[in-house]
Unconditional design. Sequence first.
Length: 344
Amino acid sequence: MLAYTYAGPGLFELKEKPKPVLQEAQDAIVKVTLASICASDLHIKHGSVPRAVPGITVGHELVGVVESVGPTVTSVVPGDRVTVNVETFCGTCFFCKHGYVNNCICPDGGWAIGCRIDGGQSEYLRVPYANQGLNRIPDQVSDRQALFVGDILATGFWAARISEIGAEDLVLILGAGPTGICTLLCVLQRGPRAVVVCEPDAARARFVRERYPQVTVVGPERVWETVLERSEHGGADVVLEVAGTEESFRLAYECARPNAVVTVVALYDRPQILPLPEIYGKNLTFKTGGVDGCDCTEILRLIERGELDTTPLITHTFPLREIDKAYRIFEGREQGVIKVAIEP
Ligand SMILES: [Zn+2]
Ligand SMILES: [Zn+2]
């Protein structure tokens, strides 16, 4: 079968590999029906994910059909259409039991698929702990509707969930890349009073403005005054930082009102410094880290009910054989690309 492979720093290549087989009792083999490219794949390509194992098949955002399951898999059966979770988690350790699946202590725990074990930019993949890692897609939900459930949409859902958003709140979202837009959709779901999105890229800003007219979109130079105009308390009630730059980190705590929740979803290239002497009295609550991706059933239900739709994010579709071209467009942000779908 064809598999897009991390050959070494800076190099991915499409190769022939043997079809995966069941190895553990909790494994499932999934036939990929649609995959996507994530910014984290680019991080592997550029060598900024030291855990990534050379030779592995990349890709961790996909949907497919269950082909076979190990003897202790009970949540899905062969033939089921499923979303694959970016995170691998055992479901039984201390962290899993508390819903903190990002910190699962099992050897494959956390981001393993498409990083430490073979992933989904291929025709088939093996999913460990399939009872946790796969979610059945409702019949009425298409592959394109479900494509982001296990990764960027799970991230947006988790970020909105932990941010304690109320009906009176002014919410500021920094960054309108694919994860920023997923975060926006999940924030809107929670019905806050107003949402401001800060995005410096003109094409991305336009994308949000055109599709979500209820949202105010500004560049970083105008975000502070825009937030102040809309707040009676000197800043945003909730800030979600999904951009990952030095500037967006600074804006996150500057634009927050005292006692706000600041949720940092972004991953930074370098350490960021919080000027605690200056903001000591602001009494901010920071929430940070990687997605606890255990809400996929609920996300799929919202999609089924028509309350969440990420299909507009899929701006391009390529067959697996042309994945090099798909990466070039995604990486170069050509042709107004937001997300690329890959068909095996
Ligand atoms: Zn990802
Ligand atoms: Zn666990």
